[in-house]
Ligand binder design. Structure first.
Ligand code: PMP
Length: 509
């Protein structure tokens, strides 16, 4: 049995002290101020505002992993010091994840290679196989493709529930009335409701515990995509009452300051108990001969065949332990203040439309803000923010095409694109938006830099338009007509490797 009993973290420091601790952590992320060349001939530090895609690595956890690596060995070896130390540390990483998400003993934490995408694909397969008589999944129209396509692939039918509109007509949370109706309608056939805890497009937060309680009323499960929310909000798998407990939660390490770490499935153990593991091989068997093999009943080992990604798992464990001690309530308060500041500043810019509800009283949001400028395409805005101001943001559809099209008014209420989706979806003008998103390291001065840059773009759109051309590859991206900054000029893997080898060459005698 891999689970161990982690020592509980020390009693939390007072809230104000923990907010101060965030100040001390802010500068401790790798790559925060990397200098890049700009189109005006200068060089300056980047402003990283793309944390919803991946956030930056926390150096505190990196130092912990470096210490652990002194003992590095395979967890499938047993008796030498290094192997025993690593095995124990790996158990602690699992247990830290379970504690971080407030999961009860009935749940296991399984490290699985490819982030939330891997986790949700695996869970869709497992749940379809476990309860084949329940062949319907419900999801929402605000999902990332990772929380939509796996259900389409493994379930007979997927129902997409629409979103609530706030009094201004902007999209908010999932429409709970429509969700309740869909759950009742599919009753016995409903396997699970899969919902995102927070949207990667509007940042809007869903009431996952209320949704779990509704799903449980008809014997269905609740699967939560916590990819976006994990680094921004406290999460409690257990919930306030037993019927509110989440059955499955998936998260990605690279979205919680631990790039290179695996994704995690936190799920009820009984969902795997009668299920032949998806992946078999070393580390999960009790007996093997040429005719049969017996898989261990222990979780999470049963679902983690092969040698684990130990450095990544330990990095995630150390990161979550530190975040847990700082307290996700303090992290949330810090980010809420910055998000409010950014929303007000962006809203004041003429010609800028922010998507999704702005009304926090009906639609809470994390630090994810998407917008468009009226005069300039999203691909041009994003390229110019990078080229002239060193500001890193994301554009296009954020792997949520149905939702983005709907917000842009080019899909119907059911998320279906028009069959003649040619003009609005042409290769020259692929629809999309610009997204600013925050991590613990961002400050008001980052927001000010973005706002000033956008002000410049809106004040002279033609000046920018003359300097850019569309790539024309269907992405909706644009590139500068003259400024080039080839990636290899700043970092080249082979060159960096060769330089290391040359610097460490033996000195000839
Ligand atoms: N769900 C949401 C809401 C996301 O934002 C993302 C990543 N953009 C994913 C799922 C997929 O995560 P990953 O790429 O780590 O598998």
């Amino acid at each position: 049995m891999l689970h161990t009993q982690n020592a509980a973290p020390p009693a939390p420091a007072p809230f104000a002290a923990r907010r101060q601790q965030i100040e001390a952590l802010r500068g401790q992320f790798t790559g925060l101020n990397t200098p890049y060349p700009r189109a005006d001939g200068t060089t300056g530090p980047r402003v990283y505002l793309d944390s919803a895609a991946s956030n930056l690595r926390f150096q505190g956890a990196e130092a912990v992993v470096d210490e652990a690596m002194q003992h590095y060995a395979n967890t499938h070896s047993h008796l030498h010091h290094g192997a025993r130390i690593m095995t124990e540390a790996y158990k602690q990483a699992h247990e830290t994840v379970r504690q971080f998400v407030g999961a009860p003993e009935t749940h296991t934490a399984i490290f699985c290679g490819t982030g939330v995408t891997g986790g949700l694909n695996r869970m869709a397969r497992v749940l379809a196989a476990q309860r084949p008589e329940r062949d319907v999944a419900i999801t929402t129209l605000m999902e990332h493709h990772a929380n939509d396509l796996p259900h389409r692939k493994h379930m007979r039918e997927v129902v997409h529930v629409p979103l609530e509109m706030d009094p201004d007509g902007n999209a908010g949370r999932v429409d709970m009335h429509a969700l309740r109706t869909a759950i009742k309608e599919h009753g016995d056939r409903l396997n699970y409701v899969a919902v995102t805890a927070a949207s990667n497009v509007t940042g809007v937060v869903n009431p996952v515990h209320e949704i779990a309680a509704l799903a449980h009323e008809v014997g269905a499960l609740c699967v939560v995509d916590a990819a976006q929310s994990a680094a921004h909000l406290p999460i409690s798998v257990a919930g306030a009452a037993p019927n509110e407990a989440l059955d499955v939660v998936c998260l990605s390490g690279h979205k919680i300051y631990a790039p290179g770490s695996p994704g995690v499935i936190i799920a009820r153990k009984d969902l795997f108990e009668r299920h032949e593991p998806e992946v078999v091989g070393g580390g999960i068997v009790e007996f093997v001969d040429a005719k049969r093999y017996d898989v261990t009943p222990s979780l999470p080992e049963r679902e983690e065949a092969g040698t684990p990604n130990l450095p990544g798992s330990l990095l995630l464990g150390a990161t979550l332990r530190i975040l847990q001690r700082v307290g996700m309530d303090a992290v949330e308060a810090d980010e809420q203040a910055l998000t409010q500041y950014a929303m007000s500043a962006l809203n004041a810019l003429p010609g800028l439309t922010i998507y999704g509800s702005h009304r926090l009283e009906v639609a809470e949001r994390i630090g994810v803000i998407t917008f468009n400028l009226h005069d300039l395409p999203h691909g041009l805005v994003t390229a110019a923010l990078n080229d002239y101001f060193g500001i890193a943001v994301r554009n296009e559809c954020f792997c949520a095409q149905p939702f983005v099209r709907q917000l842009l008014g080019i899909a119907d209420a059911k998320g279906i694109a028009p069959s003649d989706c040619t003009d609005a979806c042409s290769t020259r003008a692929q629809p999309g938006m610009v997204r600013i998103s925050f991590g613990l390291y961002n400050t008001e001065s980052d927001v000010d830099a973005a706002v000033e840059a956008l002000q410049d773009l809106t004040s002279r759109p033609d000046w920018y338009r003359e300097r850019y051309r569309p790539v024309g590859d269907g992405s909706g991206d644009w590139v500068h007509t003259e400024f080039e900054a080839p990636p290899a000029a700043q970092f080249d893997l082979l060159d960096a490797s060769d330089r290391w080898l040359d610097a460490n060459a033996p000195t000839s005698s």
